[in-house]
Write a protein that binds this ligand. Structure first.
Ligand code: G3P
Length: 214
């Protein structure tokens, strides 16, 4: 499973990329607003570290999405144009696929939406599991359903588990066979940690001091 960072903070991207485990970045307008700064500069900085950076269009009609997406795609070859799951978005996905511009479809909350986005040619679909959990539904159930559907067909669309809130979401996404999981920075930094690793390392180092003293 590929691991992406869900952020618009280039410093966080550089830090996690330095671990050697980062495959991509997902940004969205809310994350960009939170971090501030120039959107193009931010995206280009992140493109130095990973081969896949999602940049979301803010237009809501096909013509506007086409214009924005074509502009983003010119910025860097690592950019995936992020398109919302609407009927105008479907038209844009179809168009971008015909032009070789790679896409990520955002705000997927159901299996029918996932199927339509894949049929329209999305390279990635992003079901939002945390927001479904917030609404009293089972977000991971949607991932299980989508992966089951995918197992019957030959869609080349990757399923990206988005809106993750804790490490267990990453474990469950992997158990479902999801292709990608995007993870917020505060959750990503928890992934390498285990208290027994800390205790074990402390003991190894203490014992090694005894060896050195003879
Ligand atoms: O990248 C979009 C998605 O991961 C949003 O997450 O926490 O705002 O629901 P959240």
């Amino acid at each position: 499973m590929k691991l992406f960072l869900d952020t618009a903070n280039p410093k966080h991207v550089a830090e996690i990329a330095s671990w050697g485990v980062l495959d991509g970045v997902t940004t969205n307008p809310s994350l960009v607003a939170k971090e501030g700064g120039d959107f193009k500069k931010t995206v280009l900085e992140m493109c130095k570290h990973v081969p896949c950076v999602s940049a979301q269009v803010t237009a809501t009609d096909f013509a506007g999405m086409k214009k924005q997406g074509e502009e983003y795609a010119k910025w860097h070859k690592h950019i995936y144009v992020k398109v919302p799951m609407t009927t105008e978005g479907l038209k844009a996905l179809k168009y971008f696929r015909s032009k070789g511009i790679r896409t990520n479809t955002t705000l997927i909350f159901s299996v029918p939406q996932a199927i339509l986005a894949a049929k329209a040619g999305a390279n990635i679909i992003s079901p939002f599991i945390g927001r479904l959990d917030d609404a009293g539904e089972d977000g991971m159930e949607l991932i299980r359903d989508i992966m089951e559907v995918w197992s019957h067909y030959k869609f080349d669309t990757e399923v990206l588990v988005a809106s993750t809130r804790h490490p267990r979401h990453i474990v469950d996404a992997a158990k479902c066979g999801a292709h990608i999981c995007t993870v917020p920075y505060d959750v990503f930094t928890k992934l390498p940690k285990h208290p027994l690793t800390d205790v074990g390392l402390k003991k190894f180092l203490e014992d090694w001091e005894k060896v050195k003293k003879g």
